[in-house]
Write a protein that binds this ligand. Structure first.
Ligand code: AMP
Ligand code: MG
Length: 357
């Protein structure tokens, strides 16, 4: 299949733009089209069509028991798929939508049961991106849209990531430039009391609590033995090709020392090592690693360690950048779990095969 590509910068979006009309037509015909959101690129399909939604799972190689988030242009449209919109949902929409917050609500059965994996609940979100919102209006139906990557790989934050994974497998992609937040939405289940975060993301627990009071995090996210409530979180995810080992120690000097010691051992075993770090620590590794730069080791920085929003934005792109560099193993650093750090560490821990104290 030829994958159509449309270049549509956010500031050129207007209703009835010819590219949006073309993409919307394909979507209404039951094809899948990738588009930018403020979190990551999504792979959209008509949420009312089993046949269309089946193409998402096929293109991604995604397990069919992992339900999809449905995307809408406003809270009124959300009412099409839920039994009712609880006042709490209306309040959260007022405060955080459009934005990186997904709500779990009671399902009225109208959406494709493939998209909801047959659950009695449905995941809904209003994305805060001009291209996504204009496309949703043009289609006139909600779009089921997971991240537009092959299952298991880091999510796409650039059109090039989508094409690397899915070119030839999807009908089209709207290239709206790099995404802003870089990590997926927060998934909040408000059918539970108190509301529960099933996946940390772009909206922090702290900012939710300011608006709705107590919020708990699915306890399974901090233990390895209990299955997480969001079905998708039990699968490996976000991983670069080479195995990633994370050093959990947050003390700056011990962190550097432990990472360098791990890397040195691998280098002495003849491995080519990738270091996943931040600007502040690059000089330390350049000075302390044995062997030659570029040959025995390569360093990629996520940006300034103090700027967690920037780290989130560059995380997936940086993880993907190790693949063409052909490293055998990657050693990465950890971040404090406050604010957006919770989402960063959730993704890094899932990407990592091994976490050292
Ligand atoms: P993705 O589409 O890759 O961003 O992943 C969506 C996440 O939301 C996955 O972890 C799903 O398991 C989760 N999810 C979707 N629908 C539901 C639901 N009804 N209840 C709980 N989790 C859900
Ligand atoms: Mg995903």
């Amino acid at each position: 299949m030829e994958t159509k590509q449309w270049l549509l910068p956010p500031d050129e979006v207007r209703p009835s733009h010819p590219f949006l009309i073309e993409a919307a037509k394909l979507l209404r015909q039951g094809e899948v089209v990738a588009f930018p959101t403020e979190t990551v690129y999504g792979l959209g399909a008509d949420a009312y069509s089993d046949q269309a939604v089946a193409k998402i799972y096929a293109a991604k190689g995604r397990p069919s028991d992992n339900p999809l988030i449905l995307h809408f242009y406003d809270p009124g449209q959300v009412k099409e798929v839920v039994t009712h919109l609880p006042p709490l949902a209306e309040e959260l929409f007022r405060r955080f939508s459009p934005g990186p917050l997904t709500l779990i609500l009671p399902n009225n059965g109208r959406a494709s049961s493939l998209a909801t994996a047959g659950l009695s609940t449905v995941a809904v979100r209003i994305p805060n991106h001009p291209v996504a919102l204009a496309l949703l209006r043009e289609v006139g139906r909600p779009l089921a849209a997971p991240s537009a990557n092959r299952s298991g790989k880091p999510s796409p934050t650039k059109a090039a990531h989508v094409l690397a994974d899915l070119e030839g497998r999807i009908a089209g992609i709207i290239d709206g430039g790099e995404t802003g937040i870089g990590l997926e939405s927060t998934v909040l289940d408000i059918t539970l009391s108190p509301p529960q975060i099933l996946r940390p993301g772009g909206i922090t627990k702290e900012s939710l609590e300011e608006v709705i009071g107590e919020v708990v995090v699915d306890p399974a996210l901090n233990q390895s033995n209990a299955p997480p409530k969001a079905p998708g979180l039990k699968y490996p995810h976000y991983a670069p090709r080479a195995p990633l080992t994370l050093v959990a120690d947050l003390n700056p000097s011990r962190r550097r020392w432990k990472m360098a010691a791990q890397a040195a051992e691998l280098i002495r075993d003849g491995k080519r090592v990738g270091i996943l770090t931040t600007d502040e620590d690059v000089p330390y590794f350049e000075e302390h690693l044995p062997g030659e730069p570029g040959n025995h080791w390569v360093i990629l920085s996520l940006g300034e360690r103090g700027n967690l929003d920037g780290i989130a934005q560059h995380l997936y792109d940086t993880l993907r950048s190790f693949d063409p560099l052909d490293v055998d193993e990657i050693i990465g650093e950890s971040f404090p779990k406050g604010g957006i750090g919770a989402a960063i560490m959730n993704r890094l821990s899932k990407a990592a095969g091994r976490i050292l104290p």
